[in-house]
Design a protein around this ligand. Structure first.
Ligand code: BV8
Length: 247
């Protein structure tokens, strides 16, 4: 793929780059995105109706088993070329931050070092009442109970209606404000407050880049739009940058 020369020059001269990723970056790893219908057993549920505290209170077993199904899917899957390309980009830019809405940990598995998890991580488990991390538990009740206070355990992810981890959100907004180039990759840009980050970047003078086969609310305000799958486009971008840097 031939990239606009100004785009390559902008990236090569960028001191700070921030990347916002959504479920689309993990689509080529075989992880269904939120916008696609959940596959198989879960196709009759909407994620927004499962990923909430009230859904968990109403039916803790159902919600726990949904997360167990997703954890299994992630265990059986791997980061894809898009994750690895982002990890390589980190090495080509003086300051590089991945801000992810995903909870699968694939950016870290692919080698990205500076990752902000806005919505937590599905592999971590916490006590529903205290919020404390729980690494192991005895009983095989579903959901299992906290060994300390006996309330239910839950995945350490941010549900709809819950606040994001304050430090993660503050750091994400700071990096978004300060970056020269902001990528929105594989996100439908609907879920707040993450969805506002592209606008914050644009308002603070960043060049805004979107990588998504579909059109989203970001598309009309982006400076560069690549309607291609991330796993295809991003390795080509890394290749173009490396060639350019040797010229
Ligand atoms: C908050 C973790 C306030 C869990 C997630 C009413 C009541 C309460 C809140 C609200 C309300 N109305 C609005 C809100 C705010 C709400 C919200 O935004 N709702 C939406 C539905 C309108 N937000 C919240 O509730 C947030 N909290 O507001 O709290 C508050 C403040 C202080 C104190 C207390 C409360 C919390 C939001 C976080 C929810 N948790 N995930 C879990 O994973 O189970 S959200 C989850 O959905 C994801 O993390 C992600 O953020 C979102 C899905 O979006 P995407 O990642 O973009 O994925 P999607 O499938 O939509 O799109 C995929 C894209 O990829 C597509 O565009 C597709 O074209 C593209 N694609 C596909 N293949 C590829 C590709 N791109 C590139 N390459 C490919 N190969």
């Amino acid at each position: 793929m031939v990239f606009p020369s100004l785009f390559i020059e902008t990236l090569n001269s960028a001191q700070k780059v921030a990347v916002l990723t959504g479920a689309g970056i993990s689509a080529e790893s075989g992880i269904p995105t939120f916008r696609e219908a959940q596959t198989g057993l879960w196709s009759k549920y909407r994620p927004e109706d499962l990923a909430t505290p009230s859904a968990f209170r109403r039916d803790p077993k159902l919600v726990w088993e949904w997360y167990q199904w997703r954890r299994q899917l992630i265990h059986q899957s791997d980061p894809n070329a898009g994750h690895y390309a982002i990890a390589q980009l980190e090495g080509l830019v003086p300051s590089f931050t991945v801000i992810t809405q995903n909870v699968d940990g694939f950016h870290q598995s692919a080698g990205s070092l500076n990752v902000i998890e806005l919505h937590g991580n599905i592999m971590r488990t916490i006590c529903f009442d205290s919020g404390h991390n729980v690494d192991r538990w005895e009983d095989n009740e579903i959901p299992p109970r906290c060994p300390i206070c006996r309330s239910y355990l839950r995945p350490d992810v941010v549900w709809f209606g819950e606040g994001l981890p304050r430090t993660a959100l503050e750091n994400a907004i700071r990096e978004t404000r300060e970056c020269n180039v902001f990528f929105a990759i594989g996100t439908s840009a609907v879920v707040e407050p993450a969805a506002s980050l592209p606008w914050i970047a644009k308002e603070n003078g960043a060049s805004l880049v979107e990588v998504n086969p579909s059109t989203t609310p970001v598309t009309p305000i982006a400076d560069y739009v690549f309607h291609k799958p991330a796993g295809e486009l991003l390795p080509e971008l890394v290749h173009a940058l490396k060639i350019n840097s040797t010229e």
